[in-house]
Design a binder for this molecule. Sequence first.
Ligand SMILES: NC(=O)c1ccc[n+]([C@@H]2O[C@H](COP(=O)([O-])OP(=O)(O)OC[C@H]3O[C@@H](n4cnc5c(N)ncnc54)[C@H](OP(=O)(O)O)[C@@H]3O)[C@@H](O)[C@H]2O)c1
Length: 266
Amino acid sequence: MLDDHPLAGRTALVTGAGRGIGRATALALAGAGADLVLLARSADQLAAVAGEIRDLGRTAHPIRADLEDPRGVRSAGDEVLDVSGGVDILVNNAARVAPLGGTARLDQDDILDALVLNVLSAVALTSALLPVMVRRGWGRIVNVSSGIVARPEGMVGGNVYVTTKAALEAHTVNLAAELDGTGVTANVYRPGTVDTAMQEWIRDQDPERIGEALHQRFVSSHAEGRLITPERSAAVLLERLLGDGTGRIWDVAAAPGATGDPARSR
Ligand SMILES: NC(=O)c1ccc[n+]([C@@H]2O[C@H](COP(=O)([O-])OP(=O)(O)OC[C@H]3O[C@@H](n4cnc5c(N)ncnc54)[C@H](OP(=O)(O)O)[C@@H]3O)[C@@H](O)[C@H]2O)c1
């Protein structure tokens, strides 16, 4: 029987697919017909999402990997190629917001782990998976960033996070130019302020340690109902990914029906 889903026959890798935006994105891609490779550290969460994807009639390969560890990044790329023969769609979504707090008080290892996870793992996975996309003449790379890159001064106490997301955006736009004419696109996605474990984790931090103003900002956006659902954010990402745009900064707040304020894009 003909499968007329837009992504039928395509395989997608989503990092950080066990929960939050990554999980919702993996489910949205499966709903559009893609088979999935799911990557994160928590086996139970990956197994649950894989089950949901199989219920949609698509295949799902969970891969446990720690993308803060350079060896984990390298073996993850190899394992993805082994189980899939190469993916058509890569969504680099896994990230951490830690370490938070004054830059002078940060732990050096924490800084380096965040750089590896938020930036270098995305660059390395892209490098490992790109040859197959280019050979096939079709590919979609989406790097999940944050709207904070547009106003870095707005997240005092989040210097490492802001640094990593700005670097990821520069990487993406440069990559898109490099890939011009290959059929492989690369875009940034700013997902909005989304109701996930990451937001909850920030609200649970000691305000004295991470900074009162930063803490209050996250508590207020939750209390005022300004968070959007992961499903809403993933739906916008999917809609953009189905097109041919490249080198773009996609922001959920600019999606049709939104008003520039993620709160109203529920
Ligand atoms: N939520 C927001 O409001 C918001 C706003 C702007 C941007 N973002 C961005 O959106 C993306 C997703 O965020 P989220 O809110 O959905 O976060 P989340 O709920 O914390 O989920 C993060 C995912 O990444 C995985 N992950 C974390 N560390 C990992 C590691 N070392 N190795 C492999 N996987 C790892 C987690 O699984 P394990 O812990 O099991 O590994 C989980 O599946 C991130 O890039 C984030 O920066 C989020």
